[in-house]
Design a protein around this ligand. Structure first.
Ligand code: ZN
Ligand code: ZN
Length: 196
C-alpha cells in the first residue's frame, strides 16, 4: 500500500491546480459529518453510493496507514488512485496487487480485460488460464520500446538458443555459461540487455 500512497502523492503534486482542488472537494464531500476525516461508515457509504461495492470493506484497514481508525486526505487520495487507475486483483488469490505482479501478454495486447497474478500465484502456478505468455509489469513497460531484433515475443527472447545450449553443455566454465545466458536473453546479440 505504501507504493500506491507514494504514487498517488506524486500524481497529486504534478497535477494542475484545478485538479488538486477537485481532489479536496471530493475529500470534503466524503466527510459527511465534517470532522476532517473519513470514518469507516463514510467509506462504506461512498463505496455503495458510487458503485464500488466490489472493493473489499477490509481495504479500509490497508488504506489506514497510521492505524487511527479513519482516513485522512492522503489516504483518501490513495483510495481514489486505486479505484480509478488500478483496481488490479490477483486472479489466483483475489488480493489487491501491489508492486510487482505478472500479467498475461496476450490479454494485455488484445485490449480486453487483463489477466493479472501476484508473484506467489504465478510462481507456484496457482491459476488456470488459456494463455501462457506472462510478463511482469516492469518488463512489460520496458518491452513497449520494442523487443530485441529477431525475437517475436519475450518468451523467445528469454529462451536459450540451441547453439548456446550446446556450448554451455560441453564447457561448464562459469563465465562462459554466464555469457551464453546473456547472449540468449539478448536474442543472440551479446552485451545487449533485454530491458535496456
Ligand atoms: Zn495471488
Ligand atoms: Zn490471457
Amino acid at each position: 500500500m505504501e507504493e500506491f500512497h507514494e504514487v498517488a502523492i506524486a500524481y497529486y503534486n504534478n497535477a494542475p491546480r484545478n485538479l488538486q482542488r477537485l481532489a479536496w472537494s471530493f475529500f470534503l464531500a466524503l466527510d459527511s459529518d465534517g470532522d476532517g476525516q473519513i470514518s469507516y461508515t463514510e467509506y462504506i457509504n461512498f463505496l455503495r453510493q458510487c458503485g464500488y461495492g466490489w472493493i473489499s470493506s477490509n481495504f479500509f484497514k490497508d488504506l489506514d496507514r497510521n492505524r487511527d481508525g479513519c482516513l485522512g486526505f492522503w489516504e483518501v487520495l490513495t483510495l481514489y488512485y486505486v479505484i480509478k487507475t488500478r483496481g488490479l486483483w490477483c486472479q489466483g488469490c483475489q488480493t489487491c496487487l501491489v508492486g510487482l505482479y505478472f500479467t498475461c501478454v496476450s490479454c494485455f495486447d488484445s485490449g480486453s480485460r487483463t489477466y493479472d497474478l501476484c508473484s506467489a500465484c504465478y510462481k507456484q502456478k496457482k491459476f488456470s488460464h488459456n494463455h501462457t505468455n506472462f510478463m511482469d509489469n516492469h518488463l512489460l513497460l520496458r518491452s513497449k520500446r520494442g523487443l530485441p531484433a529477431g525475437t517475436a515475443n519475450i518468451n523467445l527472447a528469454l529462451a536459450p538458443r540451441p547453439a548456446i545450449n550446446a556450448a554451455a553443455a560441453v564447457d561448464d566454465d562459469l563465465m562462459q555459461s554466464f555469457q551464453a545466458l546473456e547472449t540468449g536473453v539478448a536474442g543472440g546479440k551479446p552485451n545487449t540487455c533485454i530491458v535496456m
